[in-house]
Write a protein that binds this ligand. Structure first.
Ligand SMILES: [Zn+2]
Length: 98
């Protein structure tokens, strides 16, 4: 019985400490927390952006922006977009069209 009460009290205490800590963190290191999150978001966006941009318009070989790209999987398994004038180079490399 005493054990039950004390463990409940301990849980409550832990909970209170956790809440207190979280609150304290938010208040004191708020700028840090948000900038970290933003940094992560930005990093992720930066990681995704080149590929999506590339998919949208840019040739992986000549970096020209073209309306229509043909997509191939290269030796590393990554997708590259190739403009019509560079298509021959992709075919020369025996890349798999997607
Ligand atoms: Zn090209």
């Amino acid at each position: 019985m005493i054990y039950g009460i004390s463990s409940a009290a301990l849980l409550l205490l832990l909970f209170a400490v956790a809440v207190y800590r979280r609150r304290g963190k938010k208040r004191t290191v708020r700028g840090n927390v948000t900038s970290m999150e933003e940094h992560r978001k930005r990093k992720r966006a930066a990681a995704e952006a080149p590929e999506t941009k590339q998919r949208a318009a840019k040739c992986s070989y000549c970096r020209k922006t073209v309306k229509r790209l043909t997509f191939y999987a290269d030796e590393n398994g990554s997708v590259i977009g190739v403009c019509p004038s560079c298509k021959g180079r992709a075919l020369d490399r025996d890349l798999m069209p997607l």
